[in-house]
Structures are given as structure tokens and as C-alpha cells.
Design a protein around this ligand. Structure first.
Ligand code: ADP
Ligand code: MG
Length: 236
């Protein structure tokens, strides 16, 4: 286990502005939003539906760019990066976990995780072993050869988690990962993410509108009126 006391900044967002056009009207979503996340932290971001949580996460994930302000991930300034460099950051540094799992239904569980590794490029050697190692970590060693659509929602999300972790990325971004699960599976998923975080050295950012899920994080931030503010632990 690697201790989480490396005081290196994994994500830094400085004065980010982001608006979308709604018809002819410019609708601001992020207004001078700033946030710093240290390497190895487990952070949650809460706020009501539509407040801009996915927009903020997509900036950190190099999936979208801010209109103004700066976004740094693991020392790389995404604001100035070329599209090809952004793609490289996404492939090599970031593991995504989404609400709707985004698995390929006509591939097996193992193939889904292997495909995630293939997208990173590099040598083929050891991909299968690595995929199996992470499927084992999320407790799915017994369903490796099942098709992903034969699994329950909770199991599908565990495949998606294994796929994200197998890349061994510096940063794991989870956008409402329990939003499509029942309460029991949501609680299990939250416990699994906590336990994975304590075993691995990655930084976890969990976006949720479920306050009880957010409580397990080391730090919780609220997105409100386009800005990010930390919620003190005692009142979270
Ligand atoms: P959250 O994840 O907190 O529910 P989002 O970041 O998805 O919020 O969206 C914030 C606001 O921005 C919403 O009003 C949404 O409708 C709008 N929005 C998000 N993405 C787009 C887009 N690509 N085009 C236009 N409007 C968008
Ligand atoms: Mg969202």
C-alpha cells in the first residue's frame, strides 16, 4: 500500500468559466470555479442535478475545455494542450466510470477490460493477466467469460470500475457511478471504491448528488452558482 501523503497537486482548476448556448441565450454553468485536489486524495463533489458537476468533471477528464481559466492535471496544462495531447492524457492518465457503465454488450467481461487496456496502446503482453487481476480485485473472477449484458447492474458497474483501474491511471473520475443502482448496490459500490482507494495510489474524484455517498470521501466540495466550495467535514 502506498501512503496518501504525497503532497503533489493532481488537479488544479483556476478561475474556470464555462457557458453553453441554450437557443440564442448563453447559459453560464461554471463561473470562476477553482479547485485543487492532491495526489492520492479521495474527493467527492456534490450539488443538485444540472448545477454543472459533469461539466466540471469533463474539464478534469480532458473531455471538454473551459472558455476561460486554467485546468492542470498531473502537471499538464490542459488549457494549452493540443487535441492529440488531450487524447493522450485521457488514454494514459485517466480512468472514467460513468453512470450507465458504457460496457460493450457483445463482448465478455474480460474482453471489455482488455479493450480498455488496448486503447492505451503499448505492448499486448500481459494485458489479459492485468485485466484478470483487476476483475479479481472487484470480486468478478467467477464471471470472466459471461457477456456483460448477462450481469446485474451492480456487477456491470464493477466491470466498469475494473476497466478504469486496470489502466492504472493517476486519476479516477466517477460521474454518478451509483446513479443507476438500487440503494443496496449503491452502498456496496461506495464501500468498494473506498477499499480500492486504500489499496491503490490513484486519486479518486466522485461526483454524486447523493450526500450519504459523498460522506465517505476525505474531502467534499459543493458546486453552487457556478463555484466550488469545500464543505467542512463536521457539516458534510
Ligand atoms: P450536472 O452534472 O450537475 O447534472 P451538467 O454539468 O451536466 O450538470 O449540466 C449543467 C448545465 O449545463 C445544465 O443546465 C445542462 O443542461 C447544461 N449543459 C450541459 N452540457 C451541455 C451541452 N453540451 N450543451 C448545452 N447545454 C449543456
Ligand atoms: Mg451529471
Amino acid at each position: 500500500m502506498i501512503p496518501n501523503n504525497l503532497n503533489h497537486c493532481m488537479v488544479r482548476i483556476e478561475g474556470a468559466h464555462k457557458s453553453y448556448l441554450s437557443g440564442e441565450v448563453k447559459q453560464p454553468v461554471l463561473i470562476d470555479a477553482s479547485l485543487k485536489i492532491n495526489q492520492g486524495d479521495f474527493v467527492s463533489i456534490v450539488g443538485p442535478s444540472g448545477c454543472g458537476k459533469s461539466t466540471l468533471l469533463n474539464l478534469m477528464g480532458a473531455l471538454d475545455q473551459a472558455d476561460e481559466g486554467e485546468v492542470w492535471v498531473d502537471g499538464i496544462n490542459l488549457t494549452q494542450a493540443r487535441a492529440s495531447d488531450l487524447a493522450k492524457v485521457r488514454r494514459q492518465k485517466i480512468g472514467f466510470i460513468f453512470q450507465f457503465f458504457n460496457l460493450i454488450s457483445n463482448l465478455t467481461v474480460l474482453e471489455n477490460v482488455e479493450l480498455g487496456l488496448e486503447a492505451m496502446g503499448g505492448r499486448q503482453n500481459g494485458r489479459k493477466e492485468r485485466a484478470m487481476q483487476y476483475l479479481d480485485l472487484v470480486g468478478l473472477q467467477h464471471v470472466l467469460h459471461k457477456f456483460s449484458d448477462q450481469l446485474s447492474g451492480g456487477e456491470q458497474q464493477r466491470v466498469a470500475i475494473a476497466r478504469a483501474l486496470a489502466k492504472e491511471p493517476a486519476l479516477i473520475l466517477a460521474d454518478e457511478p451509483t446513479g443507476n443502482l438500487d440503494e443496496e448496490n449503491a452502498t456496496k459500490m461506495a464501500e468498494l471504491m473506498r477499499s480500492l482507494h486504500s489499496k491503490l495510489s490513484a486519486t479518486f474524484v466522485l461526483v454524486t448528488h447523493n450526500p450519504s455517498l459523498a460522506k465517505g470521501a476525505d474531502k467534499t466540495y459543493r458546486l453552487s452558482k457556478g463555484k466550488v466550495c469545500e464543505i467542512p467535514k463536521s457539516s458534510a
